[in-house]
Structure formats: structure tokens, C-alpha cells
Design a protein around this ligand. Structure first.
Ligand code: HEC
Ligand code: HEC
Length: 207
């Protein structure tokens, strides 16, 4: 090793002094730093980890993510005794010490690239037909519609999607007086049953 280093120095490679002296070390991104506490469950690339019940986050609209994090912290989401996984996330939300960290991590998540869905040869036609009722707020391809405050659904795994629909239906999410956007999902979820939710979730997971 020493010999190799010595021989590299001996090569006397010309060095552009200006480039070296003016180059600044990039300041660490506060959002990326805050995300260090999240990757263990949500994946280093925000791809999610269904085995840990942790949904994909990558590419999600920053305003939506920030709202959810505020809701977890305030007990508007994840406080229902039957919302076991929401409770896990509620605990984690307190890692974000202040509003600046919460916003920074939400912006970092929005900048992450969403991974492509796994190919499926299941019959998704029933879910596809039912999804017509969701397009106005969640987008034709599940890309979300910030104007309607509808988050992206593409990239979320089917068990997570089914669970959220069940939470909206059962009054575990969207029932709090300070959750108007969650409340807007409740009547829509109530039009679904377990079977149609499963069909929708399978279709959305393929987007
Ligand atoms: C111990 C595992 C764990 C860690 C660490 C964790 N989360 Fe979560 N997170 C979860 C689980 C589980 C859920 C799903 C909760 C549910 O089903 O309602 C979740 C849900 C979320 C949601 C809601 C997503 C949506 O589509 O509505 C956001 C946003 C989120 N987490 C952000 C974060 C951020 C940011 C961090 C780091 C500060 C973090 N999580 C750390 C387990 C974790
Ligand atoms: C009128 C607009 C509107 C329509 C139509 C709508 N949604 Fe939503 N949906 C929302 C909003 C707003 C939210 C975000 C709620 C929040 O902030 O907690 C949401 C959230 C969700 C979530 C939770 C996402 C997450 O990351 O946790 C799921 C799942 C969902 N919707 C599924 C559906 C499905 C399936 C349909 C069609 C049957 C549908 N929505 C139709 C407005 C709508």
C-alpha cells in the first residue's frame, strides 16, 4: 500500500490549483440527515418495506408528507388504539425535533425517485374499473393531484393501501376534527367493502 501511494505521488500529476482551492465541500442536506432515522423501515431509497409494514415514501408530494408527519405528532393520525402500525410511526415522528426538520425531510422524500412496480399477471380489471372514482384526486396513473390535496398512490404496496382504506372506513383515520383532508376520504372509503378495497389496492399497486 505504501509503495503504491509513493508511486502515485511519483507520477507528479499536474493539479489545477484553482479548482482545488475554490471547491467547497457541499453542506450536508438537512433533509437527508433527518432521513437517516427513517431508512431502517422505509428503505434507504424510500422504496418501503412491506415486511415492516412501512409504505414507500419516495416521490410523495412534500405538502402531503409534511401534513401526515404533523398529524402523527399531534395524535391526529396513529392515536387510535387499534392502529398498531400508525402508533409505531407516531413514535418515530417525534424524532423530527422541529418544523424545520419536518419540512426538510418531506422535501428530501419528494426528491427521491420512485421505483417501478413489480410486474403482475393478476386480473386487475375490477380494480381498474373502480379506480375511475379515484382519478380526480389521485391522478390517472396514481401520481396524485396536489390541487385536490390527493397524495400519490402509485408506489404504495397493496397491504398498506387496504389497511388505510379500512382505517378510513372504521373511523381510525380521518375522524379527527382537525383532519379535514382525511375526512374527505371517509365517504369514499365507506362506499367500498373488503373485496372492492382489495381489488383497488391490487390495481393501484400495479401503477
Ligand atoms: C420503526 C419503523 C419506522 C420508522 C423508523 C419510520 N417509520 Fe414512517 N411509518 C412506519 C409505519 C409502520 C407506517 C405505516 C403506518 C400506518 O399503517 O398507518 C409509516 C408511515 C409513514 C408515513 C405515512 C405515509 C403515507 O403515505 O401516508 C410517513 C409520511 C412516514 N412514515 C414518514 C417517516 C419519516 C419521515 C421517518 C423518519 C423520521 C419515518 N417514517 C420513520 C414505520 C416507520
Ligand atoms: C375528492 C377527492 C378524493 C377522491 C375522489 C379520492 N380520494 Fe383518496 N384521498 C384524498 C385525500 C385529500 C387524501 C389525503 C388524506 C390525508 O391528508 O390524510 C386521500 C388519501 C387516500 C389514501 C391514503 C394514502 C396514503 O398514502 O396513506 C388512500 C389509500 C386513498 N386516498 C385511496 C383512494 C381510493 C382507492 C379512491 C377511489 C375509490 C380515492 N382515494 C378517492 C382525496 C380523494
Amino acid at each position: 500500500m505504501t509503495l503504491l501511494l509513493l508511486s502515485l505521488f511519483a507520477l507528479d500529476v499536474p493539479v489545477d490549483q484553482d479548482a482545488v482551492s475554490t471547491e467547497e465541500v457541499a453542506a450536508p442536506d438537512p433533509g437527508a440527515m433527518a432521513y437517516a432515522s427513517c431508512g431502517g423501515c422505509h428503505g434507504a431509497q424510500g422504496q418501503g418495506n412491506a415486511a415492516l409494514n412501512s409504505p414507500a415514501l419516495a416521490g410523495q408530494d412534500a405538502a402531503y408528507t409534511a401534513r401526515q408527519l404533523r398529524n402523527y405528532k399531534a395524535g391526529i393520525r396513529g392515536a387510535d388504539p387499534e392502529d398498531v402500525y400508525g402508533a409505531q410511526m407516531r413514535g418515530m415522528s417525534n424524532v423530527l425535533v422541529d418544523e424545520a426538520a419536518l419540512v426538510a425531510v418531506s422535501e428530501y422524500i419528494a426528491s427521491m425517485e420512485r421505483s417501478a412496480p413489480a410486474a403482475s399477471d393478476a386480473d386487475l380489471s375490477a380494480g381498474q374499473a373502480a379506480y375511475a372514482n379515484c382519478v380526480s384526486c389521485h391522478g390517472q396513473k396514481g401520481e396524485g393531484n396536489p390541487v385536490m390535496n390527493g397524495p400519490a398512490l402509485a408506489g404504495l404496496d397493496a397491504p398498506y393501501l387496504e389497511r388505510q382504506l379500512e382505517h378510513f372506513r372504521a373511523g381510525r383515520r380521518g375522524a379527527h376534527a382537525e383532519d379535514p383532508w382525511g375526512a374527505s376520504m371517509v365517504p369514499l372509503a365507506k362506499q367500498l367493502d373488503a373485496e372492492s378495497s382489495a381489488a383497488l389496492a391490487a390495481y393501484i399497486a400495479s401503477l
